[in-house]
Design a binder for this molecule. Structure first.
Ligand SMILES: [Mn+2]
Length: 424
């Protein structure tokens, strides 16, 4: 982990500026009837899970350009995740991916405790073949025409639950790449029937206090049809499976311009919103860093969550799911966690009483101005104060760079060159 002295020295140098900025923002918010300390408490209560796979350099279908000191395996990934949480105090959990992160659960627990982390939802993988598996997923997994292949995919998901139970996880996220590339290649209805039947077998293996999340994605790797392509299919799945099944919304898994905050509102209404994969997207499933392209959309998603949090009994698994191709993955994950936390805090300072009044009187201009007033508020001093109070870094990227972490681990972790593509 990073030497506490480095973080403290950095924080000391930034203290005077933070105090001044915090007081100024506090006075400004007080004029609007908002108590800044309550927002700091909200920020400190917020957590988003880091994906273990996000700590390595991702790639595209064309190539992967590995960086220095990439994690060699799950133990290195957990070290990197520990650093992200140490600096941000906003990422208390890690989401594992099986089989990439397969390891003795006792060792996983020990390592997680050492670096101060817990485990969020488990992720299964039936979108690629492993060297030792009997049946190929080339033409599908949980929805495959062959019963033995479907059974193998079910068994894999059950194994993910078993590993998850041993490390204290409470949920399984299922995303499949199943679909088709040609019209007529598959029966759209029977393929979905097979998927549901297989998912019911996975659901039957869920422990009492677990949830299963179905994650939809409009396209890729299948380019003509995808079995779980949209939130409607995901909702049908969750409703058919039962109360422990919910939907996971990956922000990048929609067509451009889709109103994601509306999908969020509908899933909350149905009692079926289970969690998120945060990222951002310009064209398709770009897996760009959260908040880099459409920060207002991220804010609007959180606006729905905050508006309904008191009345809907939400228990959400917030996770990041990104592919880092040109940045140090640790820096991208630090910045993304802070941007997600920022959207949450901004949504928390919306004047909801005023907003309801403007809605009731059909004052569209003032209603949207009320949201914009919250979105335009620079809440950075609130985020900085919440980090400082948690003994994290006021400026986490600067502290990370000052720590020399990447150079230090690069000396131990050899560069893994990959010639092929690799969205991982
Ligand atoms: Mn995802």
């Amino acid at each position: 982990m990073i030497d506490k002295g480095i973080i403290e020295a950095q924080n000391d140098a930034l203290q005077a500026d933070l105090t001044a900025d915090y007081e100024a923002l506090g006075a400004r918010l007080a004029r609007r009837g908002v108590e800044i300390e309550a927002l700091v408490a909200r920020a400190m209560s917020f957590g988003v899970a880091v994906p273990s796979w996000g700590t390595g350099t991702g790639g595209t279908r064309f190539a992967r350009f590995p960086g220095e000191g990439e994690p060699r395996g799950i133990m290195d990934k957990l070290d990197d995740c520990g650093v992200i949480h140490q600096l941000t105090a906003a990422t208390p959990k890690v989401s594992l991916h099986i089989p990439w992160d397969k390891e003795d659960p006792a060792l996983l627990r020990e390592k997680a405790e050492e670096v101060g982390l817990g485990f969020d939802a488990m992720n299964s993988n039936t979108f690629q073949d492993q060297p030792d598996q009997a049946h190929s997923y080339k033409f599908g997994s949980l929805s495959h025409t062959d019963a033995a292949t479907r059974r193998q995919a079910v068994e894999h998901n059950l194994e993910c639950i078993e590993i998850g139970q041993a490390i204290g996880s409470k949920a399984l996220t299922v995303w499949i790449g199943d679909g088709s590339n040609f019209p007529g290649q598959t029966s759209l209805s029977r393929q979905f029937d097979r998927y549901l039947e297989a998912m019911k077998q996975v659901y039957a293996g869920l422990p009492e206090d677990w949830r299963i999340f179905s994650e939809h994605k409009i396209y890729e790797p299948a380019f003509y049809s995808t079995v779980v392509q949209d939130w409607g299919t995901s909702l049908m799945t969750a409703q058919e499976l039962g109360p422990k099944a919910q939907c996971l919304v990956d922000l990048g898994h929609h067509a451009p311009n889709v109103n994601i905050e509306m999908i969020v509102a509908r899933l909350i209404r149905a009692g079926k919103l289970g969690g998120f994969h945060f990222n951002d997207s310009k064209y398709g499933d770009d897996d760009l860093d959260a908040g880099t392209i459409e920060p207002f959309r991220l804010f609007l998603v959180f606006n729905e969550l905050v508006e309904l949090e008191d009345t809907s009994g939400l228990d959400l698994a917030h996770m990041i799911d990104q592919s880092h191709n040109v940045t140090d993955p640790i820096e991208s994950l630090i910045v993304s966690a802070c941007e997600i936390q920022r959207a949450f805090v901004q949504a928390s300072l919306v004047d909801r009483t005023a907003l309801e009044g403007f809605r009731d009187s059909n004052d569209a201009l003032m209603a949207t101005a009320t949201l914009r007033a919250a979105f335009r508020t620079d809440v950075e001093p609130i985020l900085q104060m919440s980090r400082q109070r948690a003994e994290a870094a006021i400026d986490p990227v600067s502290a990370y760079r000052a720590s020399g972490w990447r150079a230090r681990v690069a000396a131990e972790r050899p560069r893994v060159t990959g010639g092929g593509g690799g969205i991982v």
